[in-house]
Design a protein around this ligand. Sequence first.
Ligand SMILES: Nc1ncnc2c1ncn2[C@@H]1O[C@H](COP(=O)(O)OP(=O)(O)O)[C@@H](O)[C@H]1O
Ligand SMILES: [Mg+2]
Length: 314
Amino acid sequence: MANTALLDHRLLFVTGKGGVGKTSIAAALGLLAARQGKRVLIGDLDGRGDIAAAFESGPLSFEPTKVSDGVFAITMDTEAAMREYIKLNLKVPLVGSVGPVAAAFDFLASAAPGVREILTVGKYAHEVRAKNYDIVIVDATASGHVIGTVAAPDALRELVRVGPIVDQASWMNDILHGHGTTGMVMVATPEEMPTTETIELRDRLENETSLGRAAVIINRVLPELFSEPEEKVFAEFQDHTDALIAAAGPAVEAVMQGAAFASSLRRSRTQHIERLFAEFPEDTVVAVPQLFVRSEGLRVTKLLATAISEELGV
Ligand SMILES: Nc1ncnc2c1ncn2[C@@H]1O[C@H](COP(=O)(O)OP(=O)(O)O)[C@@H](O)[C@H]1O
Ligand SMILES: [Mg+2]
């Protein structure tokens, strides 16, 4: 469905259940934005640096690495984020050993809930505010955790009412709460659990945060194996498997079973796709096909970018 505004956001958090394709989709969205001439930053929240594999780049760090034309990637390092935060916001010269900063950070992070989250979300919000990139795409942690992370500046405002920290939380919130500026991209595969979790996440997003919803991506949608007339022919074949084996040999059985499996898998997935379309406005749902390639990495990222581009109509 056409959703030309998706890449007009300045900050996107890509989330979903483990294994649904968050990292691949975040990378593909980044590649697509760069194809449109945008300067892109992709990062994560957990410091795992998974984005590197999607671009087949070397290991990532807190310093941006160019992973493709127009695409830069970082991996989160909360201590480095804290050092940068102090340098940028508190105008305190950081000389000599980082030991004391690390100790202060550990103290703060364990004493005040949300400090780690503020620093990570704050890093990306800062990149948006400083206009260092046209779009910042965050490969966010699995669904549940992301709520606490993006709500951290709100929580902080509740805790602290005056002083520089409040100013920080308030410009961060201006960026995070701006619908059309910041949004959540929820990735689901058309299966029971990822679908249910996506709907639950939508509710928590609405009830517990002020973040907008940018898109729902249904990843790994299977192609239709048979058209309706073909389905009928296939049913005939199934009724006459013995005769077909007699005519063409025992391999017929494996072929028939394979086709039956693919066809029923597609049918079972259809109900989840329909459920997602029923729960979300049609123009926010993007269906991405299952790719049948043996490779991983950049080739998959490029193919996904092209598939998303066709779906978005951009
Ligand atoms: N549409 C797709 N078609 C085929 N393979 C895919 C597709 N989307 C993701 N993958 C593959 O699935 C695996 C898991 O994806 P990944 O992005 O790492 O998931 P997550 O970050 O949600 O854990 C990767 O090997 C990736 O290449
Ligand atoms: Mg991942």
